[in-house]
Ligand binder design. Structure first.
Ligand code: NCD
Length: 319
């Protein structure tokens, strides 16, 4: 009897969320189901719940961000946590303090959860091994951006019912995109087929070892897919010139009104933001009826509430 219950009842045990590669489909689904519960709070007149009352969440952002940082701050405050905002420019980091020093100092103030964004891959993992607080990765280098991918799959599941059997194109600057990597893990684990689309110069090294197919032609792929996720060209991370000109890139890989005519009528158009309008996507498409970009932002809040809630619960259980 006890055994039976144990196998049926899933128990979340992670006090850190560092990436989706290491998560099972069951764990990802559990986060999405938890987020569904939190979505309702946003529709109430009093948009607060108490689970993180008395907890301190630090937004530790070493890279610029508006969407993700604000979304985490709002998610934490909706769960009644106290939130400390830390940005590189307004801190001792500009005086040379290291990631670890900064985190140790914040920890000495009694923080419980660190939400960290850093340009170095592995920064959040390093932090999770060095401090006692829960660590949530809000984007590390080119590696992972788990909550973005969770909100992407949440949005798809909500609008399409399931990810099983869907064909999803992720288009553009895959090489420099942590979103593409986290999306790939989440989407394939939930049963979708992922196609990376872009010029060869923007494909990651050893792409053949990843659970995706690759295409260098958006025109060949557009008519087949149920979802298309357009990535921003990460100009700040480009080493050389991966394409001859921005115009040429747009011509082959931009999501234009013309190209959309070939797409399935119910295709979901996604973008993690911020959009370079007119480059990876025309404004008419970004604001068009297939676009779910603002829905993604809305769902991000519920997903981040779920993640904050679950890591806190796991930490409390571990004592
Ligand atoms: C993404 C990021 O920072 O990795 N944006 C985001 O989280 N809203 C994608 C991007 O910057 O293009």
């Amino acid at each position: 009897m006890a055994l039976k219950r144990k196998s049926k009842q899933f128990k979340w045990h992670r006090k850190h969320l560092l990436g989706l590669r290491e998560l099972s489909a069951e764990e990802i689904t559990y986060i999405l189901d938890t987020a569904e519960g939190f979505q309702q709070i946003s529709t109430r007149s009093v948009k607060k719940a108490p689970p993180l009352r008395g907890r301190v969440v630090v937004n530790l952002f070493f890279e610029d961000s508006t969407r993700t940082r604000n979304s985490f701050a709002l998610a934490a405050s909706r769960l009644s946590a106290d939130v400390i905002e830390f940005t590189k420019k307004a801190s001792s980091v500009s005086k040379g303090e290291t990631l670890l020093d900064t985190a140790k100092n914040l920890e000495a103030m009694g923080i419980d959860i660190v939400v960290v964004r850093h340009n170095a891959g592995g920064a959040s993992r390093f932090l999770s091994r060095s401090i006692n607080a829960c660590v949530i990765n809000a984007g590390d280098g080119f590696c992972e951006h788990p909550t973005q991918a969770l909100l992407d799959v949440y949005t798809i599941r909500k609008l399409k019912g399931t990810l099983k059997g869907l064909k999803i194109a992720i288009v553009g600057d895959i090489a420099h995109s942590r979103v593409a990597r986290s999306d790939m893990w989440a989407m394939t684990k939930l049963g979708a087929e992922v196609i990376f689309v872009g010029p060869p110069t923007l494909m990651p090294g050893q792409v053949e070892q990843l659970p995706v197919t690759v295409s260098y032609s958006l025109d060949e792929v557009i008519e087949k897919v149920d979802v298309i996720n357009m990535l921003r060209i990460q100009f700040e991370r480009l080493g050389g010139n991966p394409f001859p000109s921005v115009r040429e890139y747009s011509h082959y890989f931009g999501l234009t009104v013309e190209r959309m005519k070939k797409a399935k009528p119910d295709i979901l158009v996604m973008h993690p933001g911020p959009i370079n309008r007119g480059l990876e996507m025309e404004s008419e498409v970004a604001d068009g009826s297939n676009s779910v970009i603002l829905e993604q932002v809305k769902n991000g809040l519920a997903v981040r509430m779920a993640v904050l809630f679950l890591v806190n619960q796991a930490a409390a259980q571990k004592g």
